[in-house]
Design a protein around this ligand. Sequence first.
Ligand code: CP
Length: 312
Amino acid sequence: MKRKDLLGLKDLSAEEIRNILRAAETMKLIIKQPSKKTPHLQGRTVVNLFYENSTRTRLSFELAAKYMSANAANITASGSSVQKGETLIDTANTINAMGTDILVMRHSMSGAPHLIAPLVSASVVNAGDGMNEHPTQALLDMLTIKEKKGHIGGLKVAIIGDIKHSRVVRSNIYGLTKLGAEVSVGGPATLIPQGMEKMGCKVFKSIQEAIIDADVVMGLRIQLERQKSGLFPSLREYYRFFGVDDARLKYAKPDALVMHPGPVNRGVEFSTSVIDGEASVINEQVTSGVAVRMAVMYLLSRGGFDTEEDDG
Ligand code: CP
């Protein structure tokens, strides 16, 4: 299927996801070279339009574009004419009119990239929309799991924390279950939406039950900025009942991977010993992020994810 945009993993087929991961494996070989310049996006222009803060996603899209010889530019809401009252649609059309080929968008409103994609000629890549999806985060998580475990099908992945406000969990459930993994989610009842099971995951209110025999333990950031009222008494109490420390990690398989999309609240989602421990692949996830974003932008520039990367 031809695709102009990457808006989420909900609509991607398993084969399209596998093709992106295969291309990302090739891209990873490139970024491990001393010279990281390739001509994959020679002459193309990539603009990062971020209405929310970001370290990992924005920088990795920018580096991915530059490694592939694209022209790369960044624009944030705080430093743009958005502050003068310009609408999202007018801002996107303005960026599009400057010859932009790929528009990478992060916005606090769920559906913002879906609104813009049909209005612009540029390929739109969703870099996180509200509580909806963060597709490239899930793809980099899957790439990291595949590299470390050799496969994704049949693995048990436990995702722990603020399920309600997390776009990362939604994209991961879509992607991981399409590739045959079993996903469990766990967290305080107030942070798990009603009907979560309908997405194809198991739901646990106790962290031990969610983690038991897991091949992967993925923590999610407690998103205080998206909570209108206190959904748990305090961060200390959250950590006491739902934080993953060395003792709780023992419920998972002995060779379980510890993952987190970042930024991590140390001593809230995970103990420092778990974050920096042997099982942690958090830094590998960051490296995978550059490779996945290279793969996504390159494949979109060729018309979609059906075609395998073949002319490295
Ligand atoms: N994981 C993630 O999206 O991190 P940033 O907010 O730093 O981009």
